[in-house]
Design a protein around this ligand. Sequence first.
Ligand SMILES: NC(=O)C1=CN([C@@H]2O[C@H](COP(=O)(O)OP(=O)(O)OC[C@H]3O[C@@H](n4cnc5c(N)ncnc54)[C@H](O)[C@@H]3O)[C@@H](O)[C@H]2O)C=CC1
Ligand SMILES: O=P(O)(O)OC[C@H]1O[C@](O)(CO)[C@@H](O)[C@@H]1O
Length: 381
Amino acid sequence: MKAVHFGAGNIGRGFIGLLLSQAGYEVCFVDVNETFVTQLQQRGEYPVTLASEGQETVIVNHVTALNSVTHANAVATAIAEADLITTAVGVSILQHIAALVAQGISKRVAVTSAPLHVIACENAIGGSAQLKELVYAQLDKEARSKADISIAFPNAAVDRIVPLQKHEDILKVVVEPFYEWVVDSSQMIPGYKPIEGVHYVDQLDPYIERKLFTVNTGHCSAAYLGYLRDYATIQQAMADVQLTALVREVLDETGAVLVNKHNFDPAQHSKYIDKILERFRNPALTDEVTRVGRSPLRKLSANDRLVSPALQAHNSGLSYSALARSMAAALLFKAQDDLEAVELQASIADIGVSATLTKYTGIAPDHDVHKAVMVEYGKLS
Ligand SMILES: NC(=O)C1=CN([C@@H]2O[C@H](COP(=O)(O)OP(=O)(O)OC[C@H]3O[C@@H](n4cnc5c(N)ncnc54)[C@H](O)[C@@H]3O)[C@@H](O)[C@H]2O)C=CC1
Ligand SMILES: O=P(O)(O)OC[C@H]1O[C@](O)(CO)[C@@H](O)[C@@H]1O
């Protein structure tokens, strides 16, 4: 079985590539990073080490790579011949790979109607659906109707903490032991062969919302609040009892939304939160607050981990003040190497906090959530 995976970065190598290789796939990574591409081509394998007491290392083999710019035709051919396409490039990069995916799909449907699944493994609700829309916009009518029959884009939720990697071996990845890859089986082509290690569910919404509004809401809250307290890493931030209590407050708010909406058992959900907080603390990881807080504009967007649960809480008459505090802290994130943080701060300097908040979250100035964020912003700054 052959898989083409876009993004040979942390999640690509440390999670999706590892799982696919273990499940018996030959994995062809596609990336713009020429060093990754050359190294993967030359070595055909790389090590993944678990951030646990035992520090076990697994060698991921049967892998190769192509450059999405200089090997574009070969990528299209690989897509035409693959059994599976996956991505972990960042949701905002999907628009840049869509043309190449479309080129591969056009080539494929011209010669075969063999089924193909395209799964975006990004931190976003409806990631594969977003990719499908971008790809379909580049297919002609005939390719589109053929793709309708043989190609599916099931949405997915992916969870594994993989920090920035700083090793002598550029391909090595250290990952937390925990992982969860959930795929919407209702969007798959009937008769599909399950990938070992993937959890298939017929309703993804509860899983993706639970993951995004707990792991990601909690993690970015720790990052933004930690940044304001001058902590360099999430582990340092989570050693601050007061800060951890603030993160817990946020997760109690998103927890109330999730329990209310998806009928989760409150006691079980509380245990899920405890486990997530424990994962953030993992002493075998060093995870910089600037990585976890990266791309604040994406994290402040309407469908993402802060605004969506806050608006849902507001609509259900639940508390959202801790979420408002995290949003305010996000507005104060000034990491200089982060292009979105730079844009955010430039906007605040240019049009002010209130207009910036509306511009990036879509929340009108007279909305209760907007007012709550402004109050918290005043307190934090
Ligand atoms: N790192 C983590 O702990 C987790 C990350 N995610 C999600 O996984 C996705 C990837 O995140 P990371 O692996 O951390 O990022 P990363 O930055 O380590 O990897 C992204 C890779 O995509 C490549 N890329 C960029 N533009 C490209 C293009 N046009 N064509 C092909 N490759 C391209 C980059 O060169 C890089 O190797 C994101 O959506 C993130 O939200 C999800 C769960 C956990
Ligand atoms: O690009 P994003 O959304 O910050 O993704 C990374 C996040 O996803 C997670 O891996 C959780 O699965 C966290 O490590 C991190 O907060």
